[in-house]
Unconditional design. Structure first.
Length: 302
């Protein structure tokens, strides 16, 4: 596998965790393709498998999902007879979630395939180092929970995959909040970051890398072009294709903004000293490299 050179920004713990989470979802999507399940569906089924009798509020907190979006998803899974809701014996306002005989084997298969993936991406990492990664992920998770409105439940039960998913989503919330202050949405920022690193990229390449459909991505690019952040130029060898470039105004303003948000990605380890942070970063880099190999990840990185 060719050696990849990373920028300082891409070596920050927050970005590493984000990228590992992205690659994990990509790998799981590849390995679950035959089940035709969306990411949200397989995550819910796998979590209920791990935590039988979990309440809907607890599940929403664990997956860092809004109650409304989770409720809608649970309605669909219940209609498909993959899960069932049971009224709590002492409080009828509370409903416990369980898998049905139809849903249980699917969720078991999901967990089995994740276990195989975890074996692959933990290659070269000792059991002691794996325990260290989980311990430090819990430290990060606790810090992010305390700075949000999310409840902290059953922290000792959360393993690598649950912690990683929760941290990525909690950090994304902080990130999105900061973006709103300067007038960007998350999709706009991701597209800008991609063009910043790879000027001349075509829209279909960005759509593939961001797992976005071409039409929604086109709307985002239209917004950025209208606001004079990016410009479309005809491809010199194929006039049917258009390349994306930053405008002069964007070049002047985007670099300092990236530095600002780089600090946000980095500032999630206040309780971990510099020596521990270096070891943690090295282990995360190893996990990311293994995942890139599993995903044959040669696409544009964001």
């Amino acid at each position: 596998m060719p050696i990849k050179m990373y920028t300082e920004f891409e070596q920050q713990v927050g970005f590493l965790l984000h990228d590992i989470s992205r690659l994990t979802r990509k790998c799981m999507g590849m390995r679950l393709a035959d089940l035709n399940l969306s990411e949200a569906r397989w995550r819910v089924l796998a979590t209920i498998n791990r935590f039988p009798e979990i309440g809907q509020t607890e599940l929403a907190d664990l997956l860092v999902m809004t109650k409304a979006s989770l409720g809608s998803l649970l309605d669909k899974l219940e209609a498909e007879t993959l899960i069932e809701r049971k009224v709590h014996p002492t409080d009828r306002r509370i409903k416990r979630l369980n898998l049905t005989p139809k849903g249980f084997p699917i969720s078991t298969l999901i967990r089995e395939r994740y276990a195989l993936l975890e074996t692959d991406f933990m290659k070269g990492i000792t059991s002691k180092e794996q325990a260290l990664v989980v311990k430090q992920l819990r430290t990060v998770y606790i810090y992010l929970v305390k700075s949000s409105d999310t409840r902290l439940d059953s922290i000792e039960q959360l393993q690598f995959s649950q912690l990683l998913g929760c941290i990525s989503r909690l950090n994304s919330r902080r990130f999105e909040s900061q973006l709103k202050d300067i007038g960007f949405t998350r999709p706009q920022w991701l597209v800008l970051t991609g063009v910043y690193k790879h000027e001349g990229l075509q829209q279909n390449a960005i759509a593939k890398a961001l797992s976005m459909k071409k039409a929604p991505l086109g709307i985002v690019v239209d917004e950025l072009e209208k606001s004079d952040w990016v410009k479309r130029c005809l491809h010199p060898e194929d006039r049917r294709a258009k390349q994306l470039f930053l405008t002069e105004r964007c070049k002047l303003q985007l670099a300092p903004l990236r530095d600002e948000f780089g600090k946000l990605h980095e500032d999630i380890l206040p309780a971990i000293n510099q020596t521990q942070r270096k070891n943690f970063t090295n282990l995360l880099n190893c996990i990311r490299s293994n995942l890139q190999y599993c995903a044959a990840d040669i696409e544009i990185e964001f």
